[in-house]
Unconditional design. Structure first.
Length: 270
């Protein structure tokens, strides 16, 4: 056989093509790099935060004063890594990844907060009417009301910034370039739900609802073009659960809450 007639074997993909695409580093690798660096920053900085505030106890219910340091660090780490990746890797402005300065704490944020708190209130009232929930009595008084309202508010605002930017900010934007918006939204919402599996007191229905919440927040990003609605909604929902109504948040019981509620009936209904 004439060697010229033998078809050449297709070229094997080079190692560079595994990592690099037409637009530079591939979306999946960007996402993994972002997660790895953000989690490493958290691992390194949280011990420093606990030199300023006491660390949470290994057993028992943590106080807001022991949680706020970690939440601030987590929010800073995620936002800082977003800025670094935007500057060094994507060559994009920070706001491209869901948290633009324009509209900061504007209507979208407050509408999201109002809807989050209102939805929780309606849910608890329906449970109350069904006989599965009682709002209980007010157990905080005087200056403690303002003190813990503000402390829980700061903590959950940081939670909103951290979880929304970590899972629906930079990663959702870059994965959308690689696999489309809604497949990326489903994947990241599954990760969001999985991250809550270690919460004490959480059950399968709660994990499923975390996934649904993740998809709703992705929809809000798709609809509004930014994460301000999601951040406000996330912060207000958690604040309402933990401080205002005193109900468990992702299975975690509340401390220093305004109300002392009680539950009754089947757990699925309450």
């Amino acid at each position: 056989m004439n060697p010229d007639q033998v078809s050449a074997a297709p070229p094997r993909p080079s190692a560079a093509r595994v990592f690099l695409g037409p637009n530079g580093l591939r979306s999946g690798w960007k996402c993994l790099l972002f997660f790895a660096c953000a989690l490493l920053l958290i691992y390194l900085l949280v011990p420093l935060a606990f030199r300023v505030v006491p660390p949470p106890p290994r057993h028992g219910i943590p106080l807001p004063t022991t949680l706020v340091g970690a939440e601030v660090v987590e929010a800073v780490a995620s936002l800082l890594m977003t800025a670094i990746m935007a500057w060094l890797v994507d060559k994009r402005p920070f706001g491209w990844f869901g948290i633009p300065k324009a509209g900061a704490f504007g209507p979208n944020f407050w509408i999201g907060a109002l809807i989050g708190f209102s939805a929780l209130t309606i849910q608890l009232e329906l449970m109350h009417l069904g006989g599965w929930f009682s709002f209980g009595r007010i157990v905080l008084h005087g200056s403690d009301v303002l003190k813990y309202a503000a402390l829980w508010g700061i903590l959950f605002l940081c939670t909103g910034f951290f979880e929304e930017s970590l899972l629906r900010g930079y990663p959702l934007r870059v994965l959308t370039d690689g696999m489309g918006f809604w497949p990326s939204a489903v994947l990241l919402s599954v990760l969001f739900a999985a991250a809550h599996l270690s919460n004490r007191g959480e059950d399968w229905f709660g994990i499923f609802m975390v996934f649904i919440d993740g998809m709703v927040m992705c929809f809000s990003l798709w609809r509004t073009g930014n994460l301000w609605f999601a951040i406000g909604n996330h912060a207000a929902w958690d604040w309402g659960q933990t401080f205002f109504f005193g109900t468990p948040d992702s299975g975690l019981p509340a401390t220093h809450a305004l109300l002392a509620p009680t539950f009754a009936g089947r757990p699925l209904l309450s």
